[in-house]
Design a binder for this molecule. Structure first.
Ligand SMILES: *[C@@H]1O[C@H](CO)[C@@H](O)[C@H](O)[C@H]1NC(C)=O
Ligand SMILES: *[C@@H]1O[C@H](CO)[C@@H](O)[C@H](O)[C@H]1NC(C)=O
Ligand SMILES: *[C@@H]1O[C@H](CO)[C@@H](O)[C@H](O)[C@H]1NC(C)=O
Length: 218
């Protein structure tokens, strides 16, 4: 069991670009406690699972990542339900977002190009444990325009709400599920137990998903 509780403090100067590829200002070196998905601290932890079941699932996720990497079209639908958990998420990080800060658990994901969360107003949302983020309650929440560089970088995944000139994102997955909403900027804090406020990033571009279908939580 001890081996599964992987609380790694890592220096993520470079890695942060993967976790938050849209970081617009980088404060330098930050440490975060990574929570392994099978650790008792993880929201996915299932006490009834045996270590060999966990190992087998980890093996299947690796295979599906490998397939995904070399042959994206052959990836199984489960493999593509990555953004909130599933195969994209071996590790989680505690993050908080907004002003005042709201705590969330994010995935240390090296594959997705936009960090997104479920947001109010929620037309369609899947069940999640922390309360759903409400950008209206946060004084640092901003939308970005359709012409902004960050919006253009989303390429085919972007939409434009022309009536308000607000950038939107639209991600769909092989199983037909999708997530869509406004793209905005917000303050993100990557918290670690030793240094709770060390990693504060004032202008993270993120997707604020109002319509999220599928089973990202399981
Ligand atoms: C993550 O946050 C939760 C809830 O605040 C806390 O119980 C847990 O200890 C934190 N984990 C780490 C690794 O900081
Ligand atoms: C962002 O745009 C949405 C509508 O697309 C609007 O409801 C919301 O108030 C805007 N947020 C801010 C911070 O301007
Ligand atoms: C989300 O769904 C609602 C209701 O179906 C719809 O009115 C709204 O335009 C959708 N929002 C986005 C960003 O697709």
């Amino acid at each position: 069991m001890a081996a599964l509780i992987s609380l790694l403090a890592i220096c993520i100067t470079a890695t942060l670009q993967f976790v938050f590829p849209f970081v617009e200002s980088n404060n330098g070196c930050v440490t975060a406690d990574l929570i392994h998905r099978d650790s008792p601290l993880s929201p996915l932890y299932s006490p009834s699972e045996t270590n060999s079941e966990r190992f087998h699932k980890a093996y299947l996720r690796s295979i599906s990542r490998l397939n995904n990497h070399f042959n994206p079209k052959a990836a199984s639908p489960e493999a593509l339900q990555a953004p909130m958990v599933s195969s994209g998420g071996e590790y989680f990080v505690n993050i908080s977002i907004g002003t005042p800060r709201v705590e969330l658990i994010g995935i240390a994901d090296t594959a997705s190009d936009l960090t997104w969360i479920q947001c109010k107003p929620c037309y369609k949302c899947y069940k999640q444990n922390p309360p759903i983020f409400d950008p209206k309650e946060s004084s640092t929440s901003k939308n970005i325009t359709c012409q902004s560089e960050s919006c253009l970088r989303l390429e085919k995944d972007r939409r434009c709400d022309t009536s308000r000139n607000t950038c939107q994102f639209y991600y769909s997955y092989a199983d037909g599920s999708y997530t869509t909403g406004n793209v905005g900027t917000e303050v993100f804090v990557i918290s670690s137990k030793t240094n709770p406020d060390q990693g504060t990033f004032p202008n993270i571009v993120y997707g604020c998903g109002n319509n999220n279908t599928g089973t990202f939580d399981e």
